[in-house]
Design a binder for this molecule. Structure first.
Ligand code: 4AD
Ligand code: MG
Length: 429
């Protein structure tokens, strides 16, 4: 027996024919004469109608069935304009393969409860669509970067120092030593490129974030890119081209899923380089006009980034942040020692999604900055070797993959674009 997927059935090519379908019960309703089941599989939903007069036994099964029971249906595929999707199956046989009783999810349940039963909530149309979109985002990153000559590598997750500040480091016991979970591949990235020139990774990053915001989690997938010979301009072009490639791939592969969550694929195709570029100082001016006063030297938070986003109808790149809030590896602007050659790509509504810079290539300057940040240089001696043996101009960035998915889906919390989100208060399921 063949089991076409629902998406295929809804094309109507087999209308009038007998079909077999495997799936799960998403909805049901019955009257005295008829029962209707909505069956879902990974591709879509279809209505199944059961006529009581024709088969009392089938009617009784459908009438008493629990949500999310797994079923096998056989029947005739028929055009029916009243049915969602335009087709229904007139059932001749219903077999319960895996029964289900008292499925805990129903309408209008709280966010927190839905997170408690996230393993089951994943079956919803919204989260299934998100998972498919997410997969296309990862696919696009791999495809685009490989096409550009980047080699994928895998850095370690146990590390002896953090590159992104001590306050968000997860510390753990490693036999008789103390180690940290990786916040970023930074220390390794700059070594990989002396072998590969162009390298990237997509790996988890861990941040002990104590703040509860809509865009922070403690574990997220981080797409990081680093390349020798890449200058500041090349870095920004790579960022915008990668974002564009992601949008294009999702628009192409996920028309159905985007529509299911109320998004228009055409909006994604409008995203094209070049993205507007402004400096940090210009950003402060824009904020002032919206009556948001940020002292020079403060980092931009989500409120500020969203306010900047309002000025543009597409992503924007903000460059040259004050040196004192930049990590040790970022290169100081040779034309203005107060700022770094760094660039953050902000998405409207979401804010920072990519953080990158040209890197400082001088050994002594790096050692000085490391000490300034409280990282003992001997802890990362292997990192400093990148500046000892053939150091060259290089640049790189990191993208929070969940944040771009959040923007593409138009969801207002990062938790909804991660299957099993980890936050300060949640590590299960
Ligand atoms: O801005 P971050 O901390 O920069 C770095 O880690 C660099 N070393 C990256 C690099 O140059 N290779 O993190 C990079 C990105 C942010 O722009 C944001 O999108 C995401 O990672 N990010 C988070 N996403 C979810 N939850 C968190 N707690 C995040 N912290 C950072
Ligand atoms: Mg950042």
């Amino acid at each position: 027996m063949k089991f076409p997927q629902i998406r295929e059935l809804l094309t109507g090519k087999q209308a009038g024919k007998k079909v077999a379908l495997r799936g799960w019960v998403a909805r049901k309703r019955s009257s005295k004469k008829m029962a209707f089941l909505t069956i879902r599989d990974s591709t879509d939903r279809i209505q199944v109608s059961i006529n009581r007069k024709k088969n009392e036994e089938n009617y009784n099964i459908a009438d008493g069935i629990g949500y999310e029971s797994a079923v096998l249906i056989e029947g005739i595929l028929a055009k029916d304009d009243r049915a969602p999707g335009g087709y229904e199956i007139k059932a001749e046989k219903i077999e319960v393969i895996g029964p289900s009783e008292n499925f805990p999810i129903s309408k209008d349940q709280s966010q927190e409860f839905l997170l408690d039963v996230r393993h089951l909530a994943l079956r919803s149309q919204r989260l299934t669509a998100m998972l498919k979109i997410r997969s296309s985002v990862f696919e696009a990153i791999h495809t685009y970067l490989r096409k550009e000559g980047y080699t994928e590598v895998q850095p370690p997750m146990f590390t002896t120092a953090g590159s992104e500040g001590g306050s968000t480091l997860f510390e753990l016991k490693y036999f008789d030593k103390k180690v940290f979970l990786s916040q970023s591949w930074q220390f390794y990235a700059e070594n990989f490129i002396y072998a590969l020139e162009k390298a990237y990774t997509i790996a988890p990053s861990f941040r002990a974030e104590k703040s509860k915001t809509a865009r922070h989690v403690t574990e997220y997938w981080h797409a990081e890119v680093e390349a020798t010979w890449m200058d500041f301009e090349g870095l920004q072009e790579l960022m915008e081209n990668l974002v564009t490639a992601i949008c294009k791939n999702v628009a192409k592969k996920n028309t159905h899923e985007l529509k299911a969550i109320g998004r228009n694929p055409k909006d994604l195709l409008k995203i094209k380089p070049p993205f507007p570029r402004i400096t940090y100082s210009e950003a402060l001016e824009m904020l002032k006009k919206q009556e948001i006063e940020i002292p020079y030297g403060s980092d931009l938070g989500s409120r500020e980034e969203r306010a900047i986003g309002k000025y543009f109808d597409k992503p924007v790149i903000v460059t040259r942040y004050p040196r004192e809030i930049m990590a040790f590896y970022k290169k100081v602007d040779p034309e203005n020692p107060k700022v770094c050659l760094n660039a953050n790509l902000l998405l409207p509504e979401v804010g920072e999604v990519i953080d990158g810079s040209e890197r400082e290539s001088d050994l002594n300057k790096i050692i000085e900055s490391l000490k300034h940040e409280g990282i003992p240089p001997e802890e990362v001696d292997f990192y400093l070797d990148t500046r000892r043996y053939g150091s060259v101009q290089h640049s790189g960035f990191g993208m929070g993959v969940a944040r771009i998915i959040m923007w593409i889906c138009g969801f207002d919390t990062i938790k909804d674009v991660i299957a099993f989100p980890r936050t300060m208060t949640r590590v299960k399921p």
